[in-house]
Design a protein around this ligand. Structure first.
Ligand code: IMP
Length: 195
């Protein structure tokens, strides 16, 4: 905490207990992923698809780490309720603008946990006849995975802990931290303190 506490406003980092993945580690890994994707998709003009809002920072960085032509589009979803979410049911709030027919689609995810959200979205996108459909996730938490998913590119395997930062939020907070961090148990379980 001492190493970054002087860089951020105390009310931003309140509730953070540890940095799990540093900004430097993320930068290094994103550039490795970008290189691998650039090699695999050379000449294919892939369409990168992300789910708002958590993926926004990873998407911005991975786009700039890819050195071949790419296009980007976004989808927005909302889970119906804790009960339906457990069944993997999500509601599409914003659909893609790009037709997928014949396109090489690379689904960009911030974090895959149970995999239910991604599984639902992949099934939906498959019905639109893409030429290929692969997944790149920056963070993979596989302990509670409920469905077997084909993940081609993984940034980091994480323990089964709730993390924030680098686009990931807890009640819309902490997305702007450049690193990924753990929250204190009090914040995770009781919700963040209002400032
Ligand atoms: P899944 O359906 O359980 O795989 O959940 C995927 C979604 O849950 C992600 O796209 C995130 O929006 C959210 N999520 C899962 N784990 C975390 C976390 O540790 N921090 C923040 N959001 C998370």
């Amino acid at each position: 905490m001492a190493s970054f506490s002087n860089l951020f406003s105390p009310d931003l980092i309140e509730g953070i207990s540890d940095v799990l993945v540093s900004a430097e580690q993320i930068e290094q890994r994103v550039s490795e992923l970008g290189r691998a994707i650039s090699v695999d998709y050379a000449g294919k003009n892939p369409l990168l698809v992300g789910v708002l809002k958590g993926v926004l920072i990873f998407m911005a960085d991975i786009l700039r780490a890819i050195t071949v032509p790419v296009e980007v589009d976004f989808i927005a979803v909302s889970t119906y309720s804790p009960e339906t979410r457990d069944k993997g049911l999500v509601r599409l709030l914003k659909d893609l603008e790009t037709p997928l027919n014949g396109r090489h689609v690379l689904f960009i995810e911030d974090v895959v946990d149970t995999g239910l959200t991604l599984n639902y979205l992949l099934s939906n996108l498959r019905t639109r006849s893409p030429a290929s459909l692969e997944v790149c996730t920056l963070f993979n938490k596989s302990r509670h995975r409920l469905v077997d998913l084909p993940i081609k590119y993984t940034g980091f395997d994480l323990p089964d802990r709730f993390v924030v930062g680098y686009g990931l939020d807890h009640r819309e907070r902490y997305r702007n931290l450049p690193f990924v961090a753990l929250l204190t148990p009090q914040v995770v379980h009781s919700g963040r303190k209002e400032t």
